[in-house]
Design a protein around this ligand. Structure first.
Ligand SMILES: [Zn+2]
Length: 70
């Protein structure tokens, strides 16, 4: 049998479920979802919360578009 089951994880930060490879929290608190990983990265370079959400929204839109393009 092929082991191609999607691994569903729950992000401890935002509580959303995700199937993509997890990001590592900078404070070492364990795997978090890619969105929170992006938020942390942006925060570390001084991007404020409102701007972080805008950037994450843009990333999601790109992912949806590339997913539909198959
Ligand atoms: Zn999260």
């Amino acid at each position: 049998m092929k082991d191609n089951i999607f691994r569903i994880s729950v992000c401890p930060r935002c509580g959303q479920t995700y199937t993509s490879p997890p990001a590592t929290a900078r404070d070492g608190s364990g795997p978090i979802c890619p969105d929170c990983g992006t938020r942390e990265a942006l925060e570390s370079i001084g991007v404020d919360a409102a701007e972080q959400e805008k950037i994450i929204d843009t990333i999601h839109r790109c992912q949806r578009e590339s997913g539909l393009g198959r």
